[in-house]
Every structure is written in C-alpha cells, then in structure tokens.
Design a protein around this ligand. Sequence first.
Ligand SMILES: CC(C)(COP(=O)(O)OP(=O)(O)OC[C@H]1O[C@@H](n2cnc3c(N)ncnc32)[C@H](O)[C@@H]1OP(=O)(O)O)[C@@H](O)C(=O)NCCC(=O)NCCS
Length: 158
Amino acid sequence: MMDRPPATILPLEAQSPELAIAASWRHEAFLKDDGLTVADSAAQLTRLVTKPEGPETALIALLGERLAGICLLVLHELEPAHDLSPWLASLYVDPEFRRQGVARRLVRAIEDHARRNAVRRLHLYTVDAEDFYLKCGWTVVERFEAGGVSLVLMARDL
Ligand SMILES: CC(C)(COP(=O)(O)OP(=O)(O)OC[C@H]1O[C@@H](n2cnc3c(N)ncnc32)[C@H](O)[C@@H]1OP(=O)(O)O)[C@@H](O)C(=O)NCCC(=O)NCCS
C-alpha cells in the first residue's frame, strides 16, 4: 500500500466550501437529534470562525484537496451537564478517511492550540468514542445519563 501524506491541519474559514460540508457533518452526527437544522450548524460555525471568544477555534484536516475532518474548541458545550470550560467538540472524520490517524492529528492540534492560549485542562463528552480518546491520552472523569443516553465526561490536562 502506498503511504499517504499526513493530513494538513488548518483553521476553518468563513464562506469556504469546507464550512458548508463541516456544517452538514456536524448536523448529521451531533445536532439533528436535538432539533437543530443544518443552517443552525452553519451559523454556529460561522460565529466561531468570525467571532471566536478566548481560545475558541475550528480546525479542519485536509488530505490533498479533500476535507477529511473537523474539530472544535469551544467555551460552551451545546447542552452542558457540567459547569466546565473549555470543551473539545464536534470531532468528525469523513468515513472514507477513518483509521488513518486524521482524528488523532486533529485532537493534537486542538490541544496545542489550547495550550498556546493558556488553557490548562480540556473537557469533552462522548457517547461511543471513549476508547479513541483513551488512546489519545484523555481520562474518564464521569459516566452519566442525559435524555436516556449514556455519556462519558472526559478530560485532558495540558
Ligand atoms: C471517532 C473518529 C473521530 C475517529 O477518527 P479516525 O480518524 O478514524 O481516528 P484515528 O485514525 O486518528 O484513530 C486513532 C487511534 O484510535 C483508534 N480508533 C479510532 N476510532 C476508534 C473507535 N471508534 N474506537 C476505538 N478505537 C478507535 C484507531 O484504531 C487508532 O489507534 P492506533 O493508533 O492504535 O492504530 C471517527 O470514527 C468519527 O468521526 N466518528 C463519528 C463521530 C464521532 O463519534 N466523533 C466523536 C465524538 S465525541
């Protein structure tokens, strides 16, 4: 098998074609069950990239010209069950590009960005990617239920 070059990590830009694709991914994977629309998802991303607060950022992974994944650093989770901040959120890799280390690079890049912005501890919620985050060095803080769903609160000291 030929080795692919590693993904390039860049900030998401407003009005880029990548923003619309990322908005659609986020909606499908994380938002639609809460009644939010693709337009809501795009508006949230546009706000994040045009008016980031503090350490907030949206990073994308490109493989060649193709968008392979996205990951966010946000001050506020959508429906937080914990009074914590900031959060790693909306990590998503296109199914075609999974298991090639794209998510790991995105998580590292978000951690590096957070560290450069004086963040000492990052948090996240996950339903079924706990094992992935354990491999990335995160730890389980708490398991809890919300809306009939089993969630895991995880954290990473930077
Ligand atoms: C979870 C997700 C982001 C992983 O993306 P990915 O690019 O395939 O992950 P990577 O290739 O960087 O994987 C890094 C390591 O984690 C492992 N891994 C990846 N997905 C895993 C999973 N779901 N469960 C267990 N281990 C996993 C990989 O095998 C790899 O291990 P290795 O280094 O020992 O080989 C991707 O499957 C996805 O987008 N899923 C849907 C959305 C989602 O669940 N996001 C997380 C929300 S909290």
